[in-house]
Design a binder for this molecule. Structure first.
Ligand code: ZN
Length: 369
């Protein structure tokens, strides 16, 4: 192992994190020649609909393109996970000088774990192999990913109660923000087994945590522009009966008091505590109840009404959760779809985010003298 191996492996880890952020199994690679990175690659099989979209193949392709040569003589590849047979084969074809990997792969590793393609005497090209460079970190990234995915699978597989409906996810095509983390709360006693969907724009984990509440006839989509602002980290539930959450069939369940209690129960188990509360105008009844129940939920000055540009251009988004009348109990109980509503424009969202960020900075006392 060379001293610089860890250095290059950290660059490969950056690639793995990027794969993670786009929902791919987090494996990353960099191709190095004469002490310079000439190409990077990360796993993309899901996004590119390509079974060969492994980090190593992507890095080899980009490197060959950069050099204008399908032979990668003198190049070294750093990859966070032991290569599979396909990738090992490609490396041998490319006549790679050296491959350095992080974690071992006991299931498909082709550099010693399952087979060792690099050790076959019959092949005339030799690629040197180095293993276990930052292997704990490389393996940890994968373990975290699969742990999160199992948790997610458990939560999404929550059975649907007989007295509720669940809008097919395809109804939301075009309205789902891929950059935000989609989460499901199965709740406790108060939520009664109805599943609640919520979004965490945690790609901006540096931002000020803000609880965002939509009103009747809307759902988390109201806050899509605010969620794209880096200064805030939006925690956006679809209230039960709305958006992607379960739709209880009975109108009677939809009292604001109950919604308040569900929100409080959910906030209690949340790892991140909101510092601000942002709400759509028509969510006012819910916000008032919340503040009465817990005056210190957030500071009084930390409540922000989020303006509605009212272009009426997205009425299909408001109707998406309700494929037929059976789903509409919440609309009947709390108020219909507001066809003119559109949520804040990008400009309005930016103003809200800037306002929140500067007020948060004041509160923490590191901005003003
Ligand atoms: Zn592979």
């Amino acid at each position: 192992m060379k001293a610089s191996d860890e250095h290059w492996m950290r660059h490969a880890l950056d690639q793995a994190h990027e794969a993670d952020a786009s929902g791919e199994v987090p494996v990353g690679a960099v191709l190095v020649k004469d002490g310079v990175i000439i190409a990077t690659g990360r796993n993309t099989p899901v996004a590119s609909h390509d079974p060969s979209g492994h980090a190593e193949i992507n890095a080899l392709r980009a490197g060959a393109m950069a050099l204008g040569n399908h032979r990668l003589d003198g190049c070294e590849l750093f990859v966070t996970l032991e290569p599979c047979a396909m990738c090992a084969g490609a490396m041998l074809h490319a006549r790679l000088a050296r491959v350095v990997y992080g974690a071992r792969d006991p299931k498909t590793g082709a550099a010693g774990s399952v087979v060792d393609l690099f050790g076959l005497h019959q092949l005339n090209h030799r690629t040197r192999v180095e293993s276990d460079v930052l292997s704990d970190i490389c393996g940890g990234v994968l373990k975290d990913f699969f742990k999160r995915r199992r948790l997610q699978a458990r939560q999404t597989s929550q059975p649907l109660r007989d007295d509720a409906l669940r809008t097919p996810e395809t109804c939301f095509n075009g309205f789902i923000d891929q950059s935000a983390q989609s989460l499901w709360s199965v709740g406790g006693v108060i939520q009664r087994g109805w599943r609640m969907h919520w979004l965490d724009s945690s790609a901006n984990a540096q931002g000020v945590p803000v609880l965002c509440l939509h009103g009747p006839g809307q759902w988390g989509y109201y806050f899509r522009n605010l969620m794209s602002m880096e200064k805030v980290r939006c925690l956006v539930p679809d209230l039960i009966g709305f958006g992607r959450s379960d739709k209880p069939k009975r109108d009677a369940i939809h009292e604001w008091n109950w919604h308040r209690d569900v929100v409080l129960e959910w906030l209690n188990i949340l790892e991140v505590k909101p510092m601000f509360l942002a709400y759509a105008r028509n969510a006012e009844p819910l916000v008032k109840l919340l503040m009465m129940e817990i005056p210190d939920l957030v500071d009084r000055d930390a409540i922000v009404s989020v303006p509605d540009a009212r272009t009426g251009a997205i009425v299909n988004a408001w109707k998406a959760p309700f494929p037929d009348r059976g789903y509409e109990a919440a609309l009947r109980a709390l108020g219909p779809v507001d066809e003119a509503s559109s949520g804040p424009s990008l400009e309005q969202a930016r103003e809200v985010a800037n306002d929140i960020a500067s007020r948060a900075a004041d509160t923490m006392g590191y901005c003003r003298p």
